[in-house]
Write a protein that binds this ligand. Structure first.
Ligand code: HEC
Ligand code: HEC
Length: 407
């Protein structure tokens, strides 16, 4: 063990003796309290000294000491949320290592896969972010959920297997950044329902549809994750990503945990998924850049134009994400020809705009490199708003740009 790890253990032991830190509290994942489909790791820990050491994160702390020191500070881009507490911080650092773990065939990688680590795609501008790596999707006739569902295809295969053939025209979707996503998971379903207006009763031209999907406890729940809102629960999305992108079977995903390689299923232990979950869920929302008079005027313009009809400054208790987590019809120019539950080819989830200044290309397939192009693709429900944008004077347009560049 390195000398500084020993130092940390001594500090922790001193805290226990001083009674500052209770050794009995068990790990419960923060976030969506309504469903926790997998057992948290530490509940299986034995009592006594080993249990106490697990509850105190002694092993995790020793293994993640370098990670803790190297990762971004709380509240910074790619860093942990400021409200995590010391246990949450250690789980976050440990989960960040799990997120960067590179899988080998012996650990369950494949048979088909797109990448060997979560962090290989979610990497820009740092670990937990988005990236130019495009998920490639096709329609399926053998759906897990709905006959019009969409599945991802895979680029590579391990030795002895064939990668799925991908047609040249198959629609592509960028890797979205994950900063602040744990907060969006905590938004109650009712807060999403409050913004949905599928029949446009308020006649503002903007509807907003809840893409409801089945979930393990039965019934349907509004889905909020994925470009077309196809998954209600963050933990299950993580399980699905592990299976879909890396071919690693696990019990957290909706799909049955079985594949055709020689490794015993489920290939990832429950504990691995819980570790990754602690990192993803703990990621801080991107901090705002400096806000001056131009940024403040720009925010007003954003509201007056009607951008906030979809890019809501507040959803549930979460402020500053500028999304309603609903799908909207943006017109035929952004169609990908695919269905995902209730979301049709021209429908996409309003992306959160926090962290926008760290992205260089925009929209689900990164087809746009400027705000003008982004708004040229805001047809359908957003056509009226985009029309107002095109009539803006120079100064108002510059202010709007300044506001967006501060996100
Ligand atoms: C090959 C690249 C790739 C890898 C590897 C990958 N992802 Fe993703 N991730 C994507 C893409 C592309 C999407 C968007 C999928 C969609 O909506 O069609 C996505 C979406 C997500 C989302 C939903 C984000 C949102 O805004 O709704 C989460 C959460 C996520 N990934 C977590 C993970 C985790 C955890 C891992 C590792 C187990 C992982 N991803 C591995 C490319 C990747
Ligand atoms: C009817 C709902 C709606 C309205 C109104 C709307 N947007 Fe959007 N916006 C969306 C959706 C949906 C997308 C994603 C489309 C895609 O990925 O193809 C999007 C994407 C964007 C993006 C790209 C984000 C990224 O990460 O790639 C920006 C920037 C943006 N909108 C700004 C604006 C501005 C500025 C306005 C007002 C002038 C506006 N939007 C009005 C729904 C809306």
């Amino acid at each position: 063990m390195r000398p500084d790890s020993i130092g940390a253990l001594v500090v922790l032991a001193a805290l226990v003796v001083a009674g500052v830190v209770s050794s009995s509290s068990a790990f419960t994942p923060t976030g969506n309290p309504r469903e926790v489909p997998v057992q948290p790791v530490d509940q299986n820990a034995s009592n006594g000294l080993v249990g106490a050491m697990d509850a105190l994160r002694i092993g995790k702390l020793a293994a993640s000491w370098d990670e803790l020191r190297a990762m971004p500070r709380p509240g910074q881009l790619g860093g942990p949320r400021s409200d995590l507490g010391w246990r949450g911080l250690i789980d976050f650092a440990d989960g960040r290592r799990a997120f960067r773990q590179v899988f080998e065939p012996a650990q369950g990688l494949g048979p088909g896969f797109n990448e060997r680590a979560c962090a290989n795609c979610h990497s820009h501008p740092n670990t937990g972010g988005g990236g130019p790596d495009m998920g490639v999707s096709v329609a399926t006739v053998a759906p897990p959920d709905d006959p019009r569902d969409t599945v991802g295809t895979q680029k590579y295969a391990i030795a002895g297997h064939k990668a799925q053939q991908i047609a040249a025209t198959t629609p592509r979707r960028r890797t979205p950044p994950l900063y602040g996503i744990g907060l969006l998971d905590e938004v109650p379903d009712d807060a999403l329902k409050a913004h949905a207006d599928p029949n446009d009763r308020d006649k503002d031209g903007i509807s907003g549809v809840l893409n409801e999907r089945g979930h393990p406890a039965g019934g349907k729940r509004p889905a909020r994750f994925g470009h077309k809102c196809n998954e209600p629960n963050l933990l299950r999305f993580i399980g699905a990503a592990l299976f879909g992108e890396m071919g690693v079977t696990n019990r957290a995903s909706r799909a049955a945990p079985k594949d055709k390689d020689k490794i015993k299923d489920p290939e990832a232990p429950v504990g691995y998924v819980a570790r990754v979950d602690a990192f993803v869920r703990g990621l801080a929302p991107p901090p705002r850049g400096p806000i001056g008079p131009a940024e403040r005027r720009g925010e007003k313009t954003f509201q007056v134009l009607g951008c906030t009809g979809c890019h809501k400054p507040r959803v549930g208790h979460v402020t500053g994400a500028y999304t309603d987590m609903l799908v909207h019809d943006l017109g035929t120019a952004v169609s990908d020809g695919l269905y995902d539950g209730k979301a049709g080819p021209t429908e996409w989830r309003t992306p959160a705009l926090w962290g926008l200044r760290h992205r260089k290309k925009y929209l689900h397939d990164e087809r746009a490199a400027s705000l003008d192009t982004v708004l040229a693709f805001h047809g359908g429900e957003a056509a009226e708003t985009a029309g107002r944008y095109r009539k803006l004077g120079k100064r108002d347009a510059a202010d709007l740009k300044a506001f967006l560049d501060s996100l």
